[in-house]
Design a binder for this molecule. Sequence first.
Ligand SMILES: *[C@@H]1O[C@H](CO)[C@@H](O)[C@H](O)[C@H]1NC(C)=O
Ligand SMILES: *[C@@H]1O[C@H](CO)[C@@H](O)[C@H](O)[C@H]1NC(C)=O
Ligand SMILES: *[C@@H]1O[C@H](CO)[C@@H](O)[C@H](O)[C@H]1NC(C)=O
Ligand SMILES: *[C@@H]1O[C@H](CO)[C@@H](O)[C@H](O)[C@H]1NC(C)=O
Ligand SMILES: *[C@@H]1O[C@H](CO)[C@@H](O)[C@H](O)[C@H]1NC(C)=O
Ligand SMILES: *[C@@H]1O[C@H](CO)[C@@H](O)[C@H](O)[C@H]1NC(C)=O
Ligand SMILES: *[C@@H]1O[C@H](CO)[C@@H](O)[C@H](O)[C@H]1NC(C)=O
Length: 465
Amino acid sequence: MFIERREENLHPESGLLLLTMMGIFSKFTILLLILLSCTSFTSTEAYDPLDPNGNITIKWDIMSWTPDGYVAVVKIYNFQQYRHIQTPGWSLGWTWAKKEIIWDMVGGQATEQGDCSRFKGTIPHCCKKSPTIVDLLPGAPYNMQIANCCKGGVLSSWTQDPANAVGSFQLSVGAAGTSNKTVRMPKNFTLKAPGPGYTCGVAKVVKPSKFFTADKRRVTQALMTWNVSCTYSQFLAQKTPTCCVSLSSFYSDTIVPCQTCSCGCQSNMAQSGSCVEANSPNLASVVSGSGKNNSTPLVQCTSHMCPIRFHWHIKLNYKEYWRVKLTVTNFNYKMNYSDWNLVVQHPNFNNLTQIFSFYYKSLNPYGRINDTAMLWGLKFYNDLLMQAGPLGNVQSELLFQKDATFTFEKGWAFPRRVYFNGDSCVMPLPDAYPRLPNAGSRRRISSLTLIMTFLSAFMFMLAYS
Ligand SMILES: *[C@@H]1O[C@H](CO)[C@@H](O)[C@H](O)[C@H]1NC(C)=O
Ligand SMILES: *[C@@H]1O[C@H](CO)[C@@H](O)[C@H](O)[C@H]1NC(C)=O
Ligand SMILES: *[C@@H]1O[C@H](CO)[C@@H](O)[C@H](O)[C@H]1NC(C)=O
Ligand SMILES: *[C@@H]1O[C@H](CO)[C@@H](O)[C@H](O)[C@H]1NC(C)=O
Ligand SMILES: *[C@@H]1O[C@H](CO)[C@@H](O)[C@H](O)[C@H]1NC(C)=O
Ligand SMILES: *[C@@H]1O[C@H](CO)[C@@H](O)[C@H](O)[C@H]1NC(C)=O
Ligand SMILES: *[C@@H]1O[C@H](CO)[C@@H](O)[C@H](O)[C@H]1NC(C)=O
């Protein structure tokens, strides 16, 4: 079932509905707020409220004209704050405007040569009308490399490592225009990273790029430059969730587990053999037998079936401070997550005092509210989240100074939303949150609970349909 919706027309209606309900059921106010914030995860537009300017920009610099075309250097900049491109990497496609061919490439390659039968003598690298280019793998021969190439298509997020957020290749184009009047920009750029999710705009001629010599004493410039910008939408990516959130607190014995079937249901998947019992005696052979190249996860059998679980434990309460322990657990036997990252939203990040064993950066897209944190691992220490098993987790502790609105009531002390590697994590249902000991453990099955359940199910469907 598909429900197509747009951010701007969802908010007024559902916001109004929720506000009305809040007035009536003040007990659930905070829970509704959580729901409301969850709903802004996805939209048909490629717009991310936590990274409103996030995009991947492709810059195409013509460096020289040749007798029948030109030589260009193409650079791919991942300007997204927290979304990176992991293995098996990006692939970039376009459609030539005329009958162009690619004579030769450095630092990248076309996946298919296509029909070059009309050529005698030198055979082009690619004759396809719509070529698809991929990066070379690390360790490519030196004469095939250029700066920023050969990373197997992996690009870091801009926040984590801007130097590695850029990819590049060079191509020599034939049967093309040979001046800035006759050359035509390719059309229909597509970027897969590696699946769907990105939409690219049209190429635009921009001011020619300038290049400084190493000693910064001379500037050269491209003969002509055009830019294409691509943005991500979780809706287009149509991914099933890959991550879920569980919660616990020192003041309650209850551990709130991930929602059952957050990422899939065991009963359906166990039959097809796509989950493995943790204590299975033939674990090693199942894992190695499932093929390393195929990127579908092979997860441990759990009720949530997610490759990744994020756990938020309220550990200690001091007079002016409180302390949280975070654990990210990998249930995927087929993936070591390199350069993983988290985005966590909680109002008290405004007054984060100390963080242990993770890097922290405040994502502050609107410059006012400092409630969204990006967290990632320390280089060579825990930047690699190992495959499922005894080493498959990373942990950190956060120390917050209590802000004016601090309370343990109504789930305030739990995160509002969590992303792992740019994908939103499924939160527990609000009425499952740990309660304060005195907050009435009797659970009334009222029409209210029913409405809440219905609402959250609906939101969930919207978010992941
Ligand atoms: C792409 O991101 C860069 C860096 O954040 C920004 O300067 C540029 O305006 C963005 N482009 C678009 C089309 O949003
Ligand atoms: C083409 O080059 C000429 C001069 O060489 C310049 O005046 C003109 O603006 C250029 N046109 C484009 C589209 O870059
Ligand atoms: C661009 O892609 C769209 C949809 O895939 C297609 O309808 C259109 O013909 C393409 N344009 C060119 C110039 O190939
Ligand atoms: C084109 O892209 C480059 C690299 O991302 C950027 O520095 C430049 O500002 C862009 N130009 C325009 C007009 O967007
Ligand atoms: C993860 O890394 C470990 C240690 O480097 C390696 O033994 C293991 O094969 C890797 N697993 C995968 C799925 O790549
Ligand atoms: C956000 O909070 C962090 C940690 O307390 C602080 O370092 C940073 O300056 C704050 N940023 C803004 C814009 O308030
Ligand atoms: C929390 O942070 C905000 C903004 O940085 C600051 O104005 C406020 O005084 C801080 N509160 C406490 C209790 O430190």
